[in-house]
Write a protein that binds this ligand. Structure first.
Ligand code: MOS
Length: 698
């Protein structure tokens, strides 16, 4: 349990229930589209029906003739925006159509139904140009970027990896393919905007209202102080709400043009083209080893796509830099700009697709060398970060593998493929490792002690369904040395002290650092204070810098190990996961209940990536074929087996005052590889393209 120097240590780690849980399950929590201001109207976007070209003309007469339609915004009449940093926000500014689904008009109407009918009545004509949306490894448009996402160098090379691979006793040389994947949070991307007395108030479904406010201020040339962005309850984001999205720009435009509060609530089918997607990744993996499994060479090369308007390079080879010791190493990214929607963040960007490829290749190496796949990984455990040479602040991958193997009863496994059958079912088990970097960004917080004995902590954190409010109260209670019930947290409003987004598994570390600091200072002020508190309480502020990896003498990462048991139906080709058991080492766990939810949520998303989730870029239309939940299959309850998430508590002093590493993303990393490796064990066949749907497996 926690042992912070300043607190009672009773709250951190406890399985406290989410404070907004009752509001959410009873429906009293109000989301961005549910702000029923008097006079509120609705807007429905019109999406481009071509993949590349320019708008020749837009006929809005039929839409405007519909009773209840208030306005139709197009590039001809929409407010002019200041040029955005993010080109995907430059909506309704010019005739250019960079991809199918790009918004070309917005219909504002008294009712949602009328707005929708109006959108259908808008007639757009185009000058169509030939498009190219097909990613291939040898695409002539491919180039080597300077950086991959996250500021990582796109290419790293140490030693002579090609020569060492050629000389290796055992060689694995394989290709893997991860399709485009979509973030489909339960709550779609939505915003309600209104102007009141010269102020702009926006309820936005976002992972970070501070950035939304700054972006709107810049686009609409307003002082930030004239804008309030509220993201009180957010029904998931998974990265797709990590940066401001076009819907919020459209809502503000429409509110300004009509003078009414306007809600833009994106229809599910319009989301894949405008909220970002996980870019497809083509992987070439080469692992060279000695006969005893010791890696001598490792090469991970990734080809991915981006749009024509934005360079986004999924950093899928980056996790291979830190996983295993090998004296000769290469990691490299290439990117192909295509006439596709702009990709963006999706849970564990880089790590999720990259570790699928690396951990599948490690399984192939285990088969090639005859080693147990757990032992192969342990045999290649590095003493320090193989890339930077820095020591790890803590690294308990071996402990995760050993503990997982024990709990899963791995020792009883017969390593021979197709060694277990149950009637028409083949049964197999597989293992894979997980990792995710540890980050924290600058954040501010205020702590207030009230005369009634209560405390209020304020920071513009976002609770996207993780329990952020709750865990921040736990951090505060421990730093103050008071019971949890006496601490109230206020989050989700840009009028609060500015704070970074809920993303990169770094929200709790970033906000919590500032909360811890403010509460520690407040505790000191209270200790020095004599007599009753003033009516407006006693207050302390904190402005923390977070941490950047470059500044640290340590390589800081979470680790984990997944164990999967699957059945493969030899009649239907259906793969079902029977059991998923994972063990994580993610620093100190600050709330056992909400951390478990994050872990199993990530594992469930990884299960979807393995078995059911996949998007097809249709070459003819330039559109994603699977654009709704009827065709893009996220796991439902019936798909999710017995899930077990365990963890090893780490005591790591090189992170932040709480000692936490972050739990939002590591659950999805490596899960698909564990499932795929189990399918290989069950069938003896290696499938190298996700998802493992019956048509591929049969
Ligand atoms: Mo996460 S993809 O950093 O929101």
């Amino acid at each position: 349990m926690a042992d912070t120097a300043t607190g009672t240590g009773r709250s951190l780690g406890a399985p406290a229930e989410r404070r907004e849980g009752r509001d959410k399950v009873t429906g009293s929590a109000r989301y961005a589209a549910e702000q029923t201001d008097p006079g509120r109207v609705h807007a429905w976007p019109v999406a481009a029906g071509i993949a590349r070209g320019t708008i020749r003309g837009i006929d809005t007469a039929a839409a405007l003739a519909l009773p209840g339609v208030l306005a139709v915004l197009t590039h001809d009449n929409a407010p002019r925006l200041a040029p955005p940093d993010d080109p995907t926000l430059a909506v309704l500014q010019d005739r250019r159509v960079p991809h199918r689904g790009w918004f070309v008009a917005l219909v504002v109407a008294e009712t949602l139904e009328t707005a929708r009918a109006g959108a259908a009545a808008v007639e757009v004509t185009y000058d169509v140009e030939d498009h190219d949306v097909t990613l291939t490894e040898d695409h002539p448009g491919a180039y080597a970027p300077e950086e991959a996402n996250g500021g990582h160098p796109a290419r790293r090379e140490q030693g002579g990896p090609e020569e060492a691979f050629a000389a290796a006793q055992v060689r694995v040389d394989t290709h893997y393919r991860v399709p485009p994947l979509h973030n489909h949070p339960m709550e779609p991307h939505a915003a309600t905007a209104r102007w009141t007395g010269g102020r702009l108030v926006v309820h936005d479904s976002s992972q970070g209202a501070t950035t939304v406010r700054a972006t709107l201020a810049s686009l609409f040339r307003l002082p930030e102080d004239d804008i309030t962005v509220v993201s009180e309850h957010v029904g998931g984001g998974f990265g797709s709400k990590g940066t401001p999205r076009p819907h919020v720009v459209l809502a503000v435009m429409a509110a300004r043009e009509t003078g009414r509060p306007v809600t833009v609530n994106l229809p599910r089918r319009l989301m894949p083209s405008v909220v970002g997607h996980r870019a497809p990744t083509l992987h070439r993996l080469r692992l060279g080893a000695a006969a005893d499994g010791t890696l001598t060479s490792s090469l991970h090369e990734v080809t991915t796509h981006t749009s024509r308007i934005k360079e986004f390079v999924e950093q899928a080879a980056v996790p291979s830099r830190i996983m295993y010791a090998a004296p000769h190493r290469l990691t490299a990214h290439r990117v192909v700009p295509l006439d596709v929607p702009s990709p963006s963040w999706m849970r564990a960007p880089g790590e999720a697709p990259g570790m699928y490829a690396l951990e599948s290749a490690m399984d192939e190496l285990a088969v090639a060398t005859g080693l147990d796949p757990v032992e192969l990984r342990i045999a290649n455990e590095p003493d320090a970060d193989p890339d930077s040479g820095k020591p790890f602040s803590s690294r308990h991958l071996v402990a995760c593998l050993r503990e997982g193997a024990r709990r899963f009863d791995w020792a009883r496994r017969d390593p021979r493929p197709r060694s277990r059958t149950e009637g028409p079912l083949l049964v197999g088990t597989g293992v894979a490792a997980a990792t995710y970097p540890v980050m924290a960004s600058p954040s501010r917080a205020t702590a207030l002690a009230l005369p009634d004995g209560g405390f209020v902590v304020r920071t513009n954190a976002t609770d996207i369904g993780t329990g952020a409010r709750t865990v921040l109260a736990q951090i505060a209670a421990d730093a103050l040395g008071v019971p949890l019930e006496r601490v109230r947290t206020e989050v989700g409003n840009s009028d609060l002290p500015p704070a970074p987004l809920a993303g990169g598994s770094s929200g709790t570390a970033s906000w919590g650092w500032a909360v811890h600091e403010a509460c520690t200072r407040l505790a000191a002020r209270l200790a020095a204070h004599t007599g009753p508190l003033p009516d407006d309480g006693l207050r302390a502020d904190a402005d923390t810098a977070g941490s950047a990896d470059a500044e640290s003498d340590y390589a800081r990462h979470s680790f984990g190990a997944h164990f999967a048991e699957v059945t493969v139906d030899t009649v239907t080709g259906e793969v079902r996961a029977r059991r998923l058991l994972s063990v994580f080492a993610a620093g100190r766990i600050l709330n056992a209940r909400t951390a478990r939810s994050q872990f199993i949520g990530g594992m469930t998303m990884g299960l979807g990536m393995a078995l059911t989730e996949g998007s097809t870029m249709d070459a003819a239309s330039g559109d994603f074929t699977e654009s709704d939940l009827a065709s893009y299959h996220v796991p439902v309850h019936a798909d999710v087996p017995d899930l077990e998430a365990h963890w090893i508590e780490e005591d790591d002093p090189h992170l932040n005052p709480m000692g936490s590493k972050g739990v939002g993303e590591i659950g999805i990393v490596g899960t698909a590889a564990a499932v795929g490796n189990a399918v290989h064990h069950a069938t003896g066949v290696r499938f190298r393209e996700l998802p493992l749907t019956p048509d591929r497996v049969l």
